[in-house]
Every structure is written in structure tokens, then in C-alpha cells.
Design a protein around this ligand. Structure first.
Ligand code: NDP
Ligand code: OAA
Length: 271
């Protein structure tokens, strides 16, 4: 049975652990780690069947088959290179870390050299299957428009740097327009989806991102438009925010679970 270790015991980490615990994902939950002990204790209290050990990632990667990162972009830098060196596969949620071209290249090289796989779930967006199929031919443009209720953008470096008072936004307001490379740095906990889209499509510089604060919303909306030799498609998802973290959509947790199910299932469906 696949032995899994998790870094990040917050919203997504807890959903994944519960899915392993209740048998939705057929795997062994071997170890967990988080810098926040309170989150670890809360997570452990929700499990009925699994007893994962609390373990530093440097130790757990010697024991597990797959390391799941659901912590932060910084954590990706801290743990993924060592995991790949230890011949451990990786699933990454904080995909924005790959906007750093040198790091991206290094991780691809390490994965290849160590015969490892790196999985990037679709997360909170829909349409990556179509984009991947269309990418076999020329893609002319990829655009992501993300709308969130203002509180779903709180704490982003862009908001802090520009002294934006989210409580004073009383109508739909465009906060950011630019390439995905800048968007994922300006909003590292809000648009990792822009990074996944960039990697599946035409890269971080050509993928265009618009971020909108909309106080009329209760959901996180991601709209994607792709134009290419195949024609054109638009997807739109209205995501229920996770109750424990309004920045993250519930679909992101479900996508992480679906990816782990796919990894452990010999029967593969879809592109
Ligand atoms: N790809 C996608 O579509 C999506 C990606 N995400 C990303 O996935 C990640 C997890 O999301 P979510 O579960 O909602 O986040 P949460 O904030 O709910 O949980 C993250 C947990 O990881 C901990 N953590 C952060 N950095 C480190 C580190 N360097 N070492 C150890 N622990 C760390 C946090 O601790 P502390 O509380 O101290 O910060 C927190 O306990 C985030 O980066 C988020 O932006 C989210 C949604 C969609
Ligand atoms: O969950 C979402 O809506 C998207 C998100 O936070 C991210 O991509 O980082």
C-alpha cells in the first residue's frame, strides 16, 4: 500500500487525511508535519482509524513513497528537493512556487534523475483537461479571471504593499491585472491555480490573470478562456470557500483527494 506523508495540516491536509482515514483513498497515512502544533492536534482528533506519526519531513521522506505538500509556497522550496533526492514522489498544492523558473527547472531535473513523479492537481479550477489536449497544437491565449469576496484576499502581499483596505471595497473592484508570474507572487495563497494553468498551457509570462474583489459574492469564481488552433473554450467555476480557510475553495481539497485516488487506482480515466 502506498505510504503517504503530509506537510501542512490545515484545510486541505485535513481533508486528505480524512479521505485516507475513511478509505476513500486506499493508502497508508504514515506521517504528518506542520509548524503549527494546534493544527496537528486538531487534525489528529478527527481521525478514527489512522495513527500517523508526527515527524519532521527530513525523517519522513526516508520512509514514505509520496510526500503531499499542502502548506505554502515556501514549504515547497523547503521539502520537495530533499524528497525527490530521497526517491520519493511528490504532490504539490502550492504550485505558485514554480513561477521561479530556476526552481521549476531544478525540480523537473531532480524528478527525472531520481525517477520520481511530481503531481500538480487541478485544484480549484476546471478545464485543465481541455487545455492539455489543446496544447498538442498552438495555443494563442490563456486568461484567468478570479473573483473572490474581499476577505478571501486578506493578507496577500499585494494587498499589504498597496495599503488596500478590503473593508472599504463596496463594489466589484479589479485589484490586479498582469502575467501569472506576477500574480502568484502578489497573491501566493489565492491564485496557485494560475501557476497550474501556466504549466499546463503557455507558461507564466503569456498566461494573463485578472484578480477582482467582489463584496457581493459568497463564492470564489475562476473563469478561464483559452484560444488556440483547436478553437476556443471558456470554463467558469463558482466555488464554495472552505469553512476553515475562505482563501481556499472546497474544490481544491476535493481535487487533491481525486488526484490521490487516481494515483492509487490502476484504472485511469480522462486526459
Ligand atoms: N492549487 C490550488 O488550486 C490551490 C492551492 N492552495 C494552496 O494550498 C496550500 C494549503 O492550503 P490550505 O490547506 O487551505 O491552507 P491552510 O492555511 O489551511 O493550512 C496550511 C498549513 O500549513 C502550515 N504551513 C505553512 N507553511 C509551512 C511550512 N513552511 N512548514 C510547515 N508548515 C507550514 C500552516 O501553518 P501556519 O498556520 O503557521 O501558517 C497551516 O497549518 C496553500 O499554499 C494554498 O495557497 C489552496 C487552494 C487551491
Ligand atoms: O481555492 C481557490 O479558489 C484558489 C486558491 O486559493 C489558489 O489557487 O491558491
Amino acid at each position: 500500500m502506498l505510504k503517504i506523508g503530509i506537510i501542512g495540516c490545515g484545510t486541505i491536509g485535513t481533508s486528505i487525511c480524512q479521505a485516507i482515514d475513511n478509505g476513500t483513498i486506499e493508502a497508508e497515512l504514515f506521517a504528518i508535519y506542520d509548524r503549527n502544533q494546534e493544527d496537528v492536534d486538531k487534525l489528529l482528533a478527527t481521525l478514527e482509524n489512522s495513527r500517523p506519526e508526527f515527524m519532521e519531513t527530513a525523517t519522513m521522506i526516508k520512509e514514505i513513497d509520496l510526500l503531499v505538500e499542502c502548506a505554502s509556497q515556501k514549504a515547497v522550496y523547503e521539502v520537495i528537493p530533499a524528497a525527490l533526492h530521497a526517491h520519493c514522489d511528490a504532490m504539490i498544492m502550492s504550485v505558485g512556487a514554480f513561477a521561479d523558473e530556476k526552481f521549476h527547472k531544478m525540480i523537473r531535473g531532480l524528478a527525472k534523475d531520481n525517477n520520481c513523479k511530481v503531481y500538480l492537481p487541478s485544484g480549484a479550477i476546471v478545464g485543465l483537461d481541455g487545455l492539455r489536449s489543446a496544447s498538442s497544437e498552438e495555443i494563442y491565449s490563456v486568461t484567468l479571471t478570479t473573483q473572490k469576496p474581499p476577505r478571501g484576499l486578506a493578507g496577500a502581499p499585494y494587498i499589504i504593499r498597496n495599503n488596500i483596505d478590503l473593508d472599504k471595497i463596496n463594489g466589484k473592484t479589479i485589484l490586479f491585472e498582469g502575467p501569472a508570474s506576477e500574480a502568484v507572487k502578489a497573491f501566493p495563497a489565492n491564485v496557485n491555480v494560475a501557476a497550474t494553468l501556466s504549466i499546463a498551457g503557455i507558461g507564466f509570462e503569456k498566461t494573463k490573470v485578472k484578480i477582482v474583489a467582489n463584496p457581493a459574492l459568497t463564492r470564489n469564481i475562476h473563469e478561464i478562456t483559452v484560444e488556440g488552433a483547436f478553437g476556443e473554450f471558456t470554463t467558469r467555476v463558482e466555488n464554495v470557500p472552505s469553512p476553515s480557510n475562505p482563501k481556499s475553495s472546497y474544490l481544491a481539497s476535493l481535487s487533491a483527494i481525486a488526484t490521490l485516488k487516481k494515483i492509487t487506482d490502476p484504472f485511469q480515466v480522462g486526459t
